[in-house]
Design a protein around this ligand. Structure first.
Ligand code: PNS
Length: 164
C-alpha cells in the first residue's frame, strides 16, 4: 500500500516554514503533491505558474516522489484526483489552530475518506509568513532567513521597482 498526501496552499510565495513542512511530509509519505491554489479572486504577487515554478526549484532535492501541481476548486477534489488519502497542513503557533481545525473538519465532512495531518514547523520558522515576508521585502529588509534563496531572488526582483 502506498500512502499519498497533498499539501495545499496559496504559497505566495513559498517560505522556509512551508519548505520545512514539505520536507517533513516528504519523509512520511510515498507520494507528496504540493498543491498551488489558483484563485483568481485573490490578488497574488506571483502568478500561479510563477509560484509553481518557484516551489519546484525549492523542493528539487526532496526526491521524485515530491511533485507540484496547480489546482482550483476544492482541496478534497484535488486530493481525490491524485489518489491521496491525506491533506498535510503546517502549524506554526496555536493561533493557526482554530482556522486549521475548521478547515480540517469541513474537509472531513466533504470527504470522510481523507484525513488532515498537521506537522509542526521548526521553531526557528514559527514567525515566518508569506505576507510579512512580502512586506519586509517591499521595504528593503533582509528576507534571507525567511524564504529559500530562489524565492528571495524572485521577491527582490519583483519588488525592487516598488521601493523607489
Ligand atoms: O496557504 P493558505 O492560504 O493558508 O491555504 C489555504 C487553502 C488553499 C488550503 C484553502 O484556502 C483551500 O483549501 N482552498 C481550496 C478551496 C476549498 O477546498 N475550500 C474548502 C476547504 S476549507
Amino acid at each position: 500500500m502506498t500512502r499519498a498526501a497533498v499539501f495545499p496552499g496559496s504559497f505566495d510565495p513559498m517560505t522556509n516554514a512551508h519548505l520545512d513542512v514539505a520536507r517533513r511530509a516528504s519523509g512520511l509519505f510515498d507520494r507528496l503533491v504540493i498543491g498551488v491554489l489558483d484563485n483568481p479572486r485573490k490578488q497574488a504577487l506571483f502568478s500561479t505558474d510563477e509560484r509553481t515554478d518557484l516551489i519546484r526549484s525549492c523542493v528539487a532535492d526532496l526526491g521524485p516522489h515530491v511533485t507540484v501541481d496547480a489546482f482550483d476548486g476544492l482541496t478534497v477534489e484535488f486530493a481525490r484526483r491524485h489518489g491521496a488519502g491525506f491533506i498535510v497542513r503546517g502549524l506554526r503557533a496555536v493561533s493557526d489552530f482554530e482556522a486549521e481545525l475548521q478547515m480540517a473538519l469541513t474537509n472531513r465532512k466533504l470527504a470522510p475518506e481523507i484525513d488532515t495531518t498537521f506537522l509542526m514547523t521548526a521553531l526557528e520558522y514559527g514567525y515566518v509568513s508569506s505576507s510579512l515576508t512580502k512586506e519586509v521585502a517591499r521595504f528593503g529588509g533582509d528576507i534571507a532567513p525567511m524564504v529559500p534563496p530562489p524565492v528571495a531572488e524572485a521577491l527582490n526582483r519583483r519588488l525592487s521597482g516598488a521601493r523607489v
